[in-house]
Design a protein around this ligand. Structure first.
Ligand code: 5GP
Length: 369
């Protein structure tokens, strides 16, 4: 019989973090943002657990470089060639950009070629057999995903491997035989149409709660992927005991994201000299990796057996990525001072989350400048 779970599943917008007394912290400067990650298959990495999404728009070299330079983690998308990645790695070496926290993405399609790509990179760049790998599939439940994961682990026994996406705890233990980080989240992405097209998905707060404990119980790590609207959502994910957060949309409007700035002029309702005043706004393109646009660009079309599960968007241009990253680190450090957490690692121990009806006071929203 079909099961219907009547417990309400919650998203970031359903909860807030309750401020409370904790250790004595007088300033955000005293918060340790970076932490040490000891991975299940042996590697150790240090950093602030934030990733850019492995999407063509934000999983690009420019965004990756800035995140790595700020002590965060980064992915690069799967459509870069070996030559392009090699040139990027050489540039990083020249510019003193640390690449220990860089993850190279592969997909499931043509998996043998993709594994060969990783091997070639291994021989061209001296990773000491420990390059980090992100195996990305919108649906990691399919047997092929598990097969590719097992194959990659066999070929790269020392690598940190991040695998996903999934949206239930039942599959985590099986994946952790070969993966170090489980990427959780189906249908939460801002350029995603999976919930509309398939009816499938799980809200992020409940999903992190469901997966984190089981993953941690065997020494694994989780990455909460998708649905970050504001910095506060990153704080909530860390408070819920997600080790990593992956985000796309919040980086997609910045200068360093792929694509040109597009200007559009609109008629406003304000009348000057009998004419509607015009207003010009700047945008950047952001598209889902399963969108028709991405399929046309990278896969020669949609194929007649599938529908698009991603959207193509023009989102507001937001300017400097440095400023965006500063807002993120500032917000996380400030959250720590509200809950008395001395480090990002201790956020989950210090936090109480509360279920709310209302997040923000929006009374003057339309007047914001
Ligand atoms: P965002 O931070 O924009 O809310 O979400 C980014 C995440 O959305 C990505 O890391 C990825 O998991 C997911 N995503 C990217 N492209 C697509 C797509 O075309 N369809 C779906 N369903 N999810 C996508």
């Amino acid at each position: 019989m079909t099961q219907l779970l009547s417990e309400q599943y919650l998203d970031y917008s359903d909860v807030l973090i309750k401020p409370k007394m904790g250790i004595n912290l007088n300033s955000r400067k005293d918060v340790a943002l970076e932490r040490v990650f000891k991975f299940k298959h042996g590697q150790v990495r240090t950093g602030l657990g934030l990733f850019n999404a492995n999407m063509a728009t934000v999983g690009n070299f420019a965004v990756a470089k800035k995140l790595l330079n700020k002590g965060m983690f980064a992915t690069i998308h799967k459509h870069y060639t070996i030559d392009e990645i090699s040139a990027f790695l050489i540039e990083c070496r020249k510019d003193n950009v640390p690449v220990d926290n860089l993850f190279i993405t592969i997909g499931l399609k043509n998996s043998e070629d993709q594994i060969q790509k990783l091997k070639d990179l291994e021989s061209r760049y001296d990773w000491n057999n420990s390059q980090n790998i992100c195996i990305d599939a919108p649906n990691f439940y399919i047997p092929k995903a598990q097969d590719v994961l097992a194959l990659v682990r066999r070929e790269f026994p020392k690598s940190v491997i991040m695998a996903g996406n999934i949206a239930s705890a039942d599959v985590c233990l099986k994946l952790l035989d070969n993966a170090d980080i489980i990427k959780c989240g189906i249908g939460s992405g801002s350029a995603c149409l999976t919930r509309k097209q398939t009816g499938c998905g799980v809200p992020m707060v409940s999903l992190i709660l469901e997966c984190a404990d089981i993953v941690h119980s065997v020494g694994g790590h989780i990455c909460a992927d998708g649905g970050i609207v504001d910095v506060g959502d990153i704080c909530k994910a860390f408070c819920l005991n997600s080790d990593f957060v992956m985000a796309g949309g919040i980086f997609a409007g910045t200068d360093d994201a792929e694509g040109e700035i597009i200007e559009k002029t609109y008629l406003t309702s304000e009348i000057i000299d009998g004419k509607n005043k015009t207003e010009t706004k700047s945008f950047k393109q952001y598209y889902g990796m399963s969108s028709e646009y991405a399929n046309n660009k990278f896969a020669g079309g949609m194929g007649n057996y599938k529908t698009s599960e991603g959207r193509e968007l023009l989102i507001p241009y937001t300017g400097s990525l440095d400023k965006c990253l500063q807002d993120i680190t500032g917000g996380i450090a400030s959250c720590c001072t509200y809950i008395g957490a001395g480090s990002t690692k201790s956020m989950s121990k210090c936090a109480t989350l509360i279920r709310v009806n209302n997040q923000l006071n929006k009374v003057f929203e339309k007047y914001s400048v």
